[in-house]
Design a protein around this ligand. Structure first.
Ligand SMILES: [Zn+2]
Length: 419
């Protein structure tokens, strides 16, 4: 089993009928994160994310190591500064992976690992390994070795690669065919397009060898979508088994325990209501007991911000996202309980006119009728939200985040329309 984590073109190492998997770790935005094997600038979608690949091959481990190392040598030379490839070759099949390596993979999806821990565990497990530059990719590579035993749910991505001489030029893809193929395969294939933004999410907008990457529930569907897309000539294709679209990065935690660099699912109450700030970013504060946490829906999350703005103080929610710089970046949230009342100045029960303040802490009274009230009255508020889950649109989704349309959520869902 050959596993490597690297952002460079991955078409190099091939073997007859290999089983490939592509595995996303918890890190997404900061290339300096320990859990991030490397930044993957070639990936479709909005944000580069750490990613590792595993190839299962029926070949002598020494020979596999030699071939893979030669390939990565070349890739490491040409890759950008944030690329720190790592290579791990494990003898035997994925089921033979020891518990410690499976646990390492499980933790890597939600937590940080040190490079020293990765190399020590790889050595203890008798694996061959190599690393380039700071070799942080070794973490992702080792995690990918254990992923088969660690990941409870797999999805698929079918990647089509450009001819080398076309790379760097604008991609020639017939967008009508992309949208038609996406319609036909939805929802078994997801995040292919974003109708709201008119975007073909499956086509990367960054330089790199990938022409398009189709994600979905099963190999047949993603392959069929790719086949229907009309485009420039394709050099090669590869089917990856992945943990994309599974929410593998999220952990349940109390609000008070949320820490930078990890992704959470937290139950909380809206404290400070949403406010839109410069740049169109929406901020709010959640609280749970004595703990408080700032939350944000940034401008690239587009129409999701309207759902966030619709929240009010005292709404009960479950919020999901990565915490960075003390702020939870919302990916999705569930409305658990809506605050459907507001406090208003009471009306006079006799004449129906609005009462007036009788002075500080003195309640209200009607001067004409002499009626009085102790305090404000409750009034029902029409809400623009329903109980259940809301999500960012496909154009803003992290690879590992689970689209609502995939199901399995604990409340009703309000999926972003992709069609
Ligand atoms: Zn009155």
């Amino acid at each position: 089993m050959v596993s490597y984590s690297c952002s460079a073109p991955e078409s190099g190492y091939t073997h007859p009928e290999p089983t490939r998997s592509r595995w996303q770790s918890s890190g997404s935005t900061t290339p300096t994160r320990e859990s991030a094997g490397s930044v993957r600038p070639t990936s479709p979608g909005p944000s580069p994310s750490a990613s590792a690949r595993r190839v299962q091959a029926d070949v002598d481990p020494d020979e596999a190591f030699r071939v893979a190392r030669d390939e990565l040598d070349g890739a490491a030379e040409t890759a950008d500064g944030n690329t720190n490839p790592g290579l791990v070759v494990a003898p035997g099949g994925p089921d033979a992976v020891p518990d410690e390596v499976a646990a390492f993979a499980r933790e890597a999806m939600r937590d940080h690992h040190d490079i020293e821990d990765a190399t020590a565990l790889a050595d203890d497990s008798g694996y061959r390994r190599a690393g380039w530059k700071n070799a942080r990719g070794t973490i992702g590579a080792l995690a990918a070795v254990g992923a088969w035993r660690a990941v409870p749910e797999w999805t698929y991505e079918y990647i089509s690669y450009r001819h080398p001489d076309a790379r760097g030029t604008p991609r020639d893809v017939d967008y009508d065919s992309v949208f038609a193929a996406a319609d036909e395969a939805y929802p078994a294939a997801w995040d292919t397009v974003d109708r709201g933004e008119g975007q073909a999410v499956c086509v990367p907008r960054t330089p790199g060898p990938v022409l398009h990457g189709i994600r979905g529930d099963d190999p047949e569907t993603v392959r069929a979508v790719a086949d229907r897309i009309e485009s420039e000539p394709i050099e090669s294709t590869a089917l990856f088994r992945t943990n994309q679209g599974t929410d593998a990065h999220l952990r349940d935690a109390a609000l008070a325990d949320a820490r930078d660099g990890r992704s959470y699912r937290v139950d909380a109450t809206v404290a400070d209501p949403p406010a839109t700030r410069e740049g169109g970013h929406v901020f709010l504060t959640l609280e749970d007991g004595d703990a408080a946490l700032d939350c944000a829906a940034f401008e690239p999350t587009k129409r999701f911000r309207d759902r966030v703005r619709a929240l009010r103080a005292d709404d009960r929610v479950t919020a999901c996202g990565e915490v960075a710089d003390g702020t939870l970046k919302l990916e999705k949230f569930a409305v658990r309980d809506l605050n459907e009342t507001e406090l208003v100045t009471p009306d006079c029960p006799d004449c129906g006119r609005s009462m007036e303040s009788a002075g500080r802490d003195q309640g209200y009274r009607c001067r004409d009728c002499g009626t009085s009230a102790d305090g404000k009255a409750e009034r029902r508020v029409e809400r623009d939200l329903d109980i259940g889950w809301y999500e960012v649109p496909p154009c803003a989704r992290r690879h590992v985040a689970k689209p609502l349309v995939r199901g399995g959520f604990d409340a009703p869902t309000h999926p972003e329309r992709q069609l």
